[in-house]
Design a protein around this ligand. Structure first.
Ligand code: GLV
Ligand code: MN
Ligand code: MN
Length: 414
């Protein structure tokens, strides 16, 4: 039986790792900064292991720092049921994004074990590493490594402090040889992930649970613009080549373009200005691009229009500009049979779960794109997401864990 009090305790316990409240600001009352491949993420893996080991799970960490907790099944060679989410957060994030999926996966599997269920095949709880990509700029890292979809050189990509992905992994005791993280998709019967919705649709529908049909495609890139560094007082207004002003025009253009393409969204969340002094006209500016939509054509359209407008802005005042693609994740339809199974499982706990498209990216994209039947269940959340105010009620989370338990029972004991 799903134990709501235990689930709540564990959500709270996990939120203590990387807790970064700022007492000066009410909004940060439950802030969590548990970046991917950090010591905090490692402590989270240890904590989750301590929850599962007493129930017969064997823990394994792969070279990408993903954590697997394997509960044995009658046939040890049968394709496994994999269930989980990620353990990292964005800086100053909330308690639920990723963490809730791991806590509910543990609750669902442990309560099955406690109820005496006998698995025909192994069941593995997974805590993916570095889903957010907040530290190294490459999202869905651990699941990408597991499903052969990593397109990044771990020796070359570095965080702001100059540490490479490979060095961060070695500091955690891993070899840094990511090939060893690969899993055979055929060895996985199904991947299930529970996650907070991170948007307002379930709340508006008055529904605690939803079932995901598709996950948006994502384009991540870096724009570099170069103007001319010069004196802030001695350069008249008509003779400037201000990189930050040009970048600002590009960012405003992006906002307008994305607003004109249905279902597309675009965000600039990072910007750096060089040399960065009050009395110097900026010579160089670099900013990030995050463009998403449920259709690849819409992403392509936003990008195409952005490039056209950026070229215009370049011609007016810049010396150089460029766009470097960093990561693309394809639009991901999820498995229809698992969608039905999750809907029926939600019905078994009395919830008619609406079908939703996810605007957030998820680790579920990697197994699904590698051919593993994949399903996702959303739990109603309020207060936004990627912010300390994100919130999911324990009662809703417990319903999600219970539905997950029913779905796992169906897949693992049949
Ligand atoms: C992850 O949360 C993402 O959608 O970027
Ligand atoms: Mn997130
Ligand atoms: Mn997430």
């Amino acid at each position: 039986m799903t134990d709501a009090a235990r689930l709540e305790r564990r959500i709270h316990e996990l939120a203590q790792i990387g807790r970064t409240d700022d007492p000066a600001r009410e909004i940060y009352a439950t802030a969590v900064s548990r970046l991917g491949l950090s010591a905090e993420e490692q402590r989270a893996r240890d904590l989750v292991t301590s929850w599962c080991a007493p129930h017969g799970a064997t823990a394994r960490r792969d070279p990408a720092a993903n954590l697997y907790l394997r509960f044995p099944g009658a046939d040890p060679h049968a394709p496994v049921v994999l269930v989980g989410s990620h353990l990292d957060s964005v800086p100053m994030g909330g308690r639920f994004d990723g963490a809730l999926g791991v806590c509910c996966a543990v609750e669902a599997v442990v309560s099955l074990v406690e109820s005496g269920a006998r698995f025909a095949r192994p069941v593995e709880v997974v805590g993916w590493a570095d889903e957010e990509g907040a530290r190294f700029g490459y999202g869905l890292f651990g699941s990408a490594a597991a499903f052969g979809r990593l397109r990044v050189d771990p020796e070359r990509v570095r965080d702001k402090g100059g540490t490479s992905i490979a060095e961060a992994l070695r500091a955690l005791g891993e070899s840094g040889d990511l090939a060893g993280a690969m899993r055979d998709p055929k060895g996985i019967r199904a991947y299930l992930e529970l996650h907070i919705e991170q948007g307002p649709r379930l709340e508006r529908a008055g529904a605690p649970l939803g079932v995901v049909s598709d996950i948006v495609g994502i384009f991540h890139g870096l724009v570099m613009v170069r103007g001319e560094q010069n004196h802030a007082g001695a350069t008249v207004m008509g003779e400037r080549h201000d990189a930050l002003v040009a970048a600002s025009h590009m960012i405003i253009a992006l906002e307008r373009i994305a607003s004109s393409v249905p279902d597309a969204v675009a965000t600039v969340g990072e910007i750096t200005v060089k040399p960065g002094a009050k009395n110097v006209i900026p010579g160089e500016c670099t900013f990030s691009l995050d463009i998403r939509a449920p259709k690849q054509e819409s992403i392509d359209l936003v990008l195409e229009r952005f490039k056209a407008e950026a070229n215009e802005i370049f011609r007016k005042s810049l010396r150089e500009w460029g766009l470097r693609p960093l990561q693309s994740v394809a639009v991901t339809p999820l498995d229809e049979d698992l969608r039905d199974l999750l809907w029926k499982s939600a019905m078994s706990v009395g919830m008619n779960a609406p079908t939703l498209v996810s605007g957030a990216g998820h680790d579920a994209q990697n197994p699904s794109l590698a051919g593993v039947p994949t399903g996702m269940i959303f739990v109603r959340s309020t207060g936004g997401s990627h912010t300390p105010t994100e919130f999911a009620a324990t009662a809703d989370a417990a319903l999600g864990a219970k539905a997950l338990e029913i779905a796992i029972r169906e897949l693992a004991t049949a």
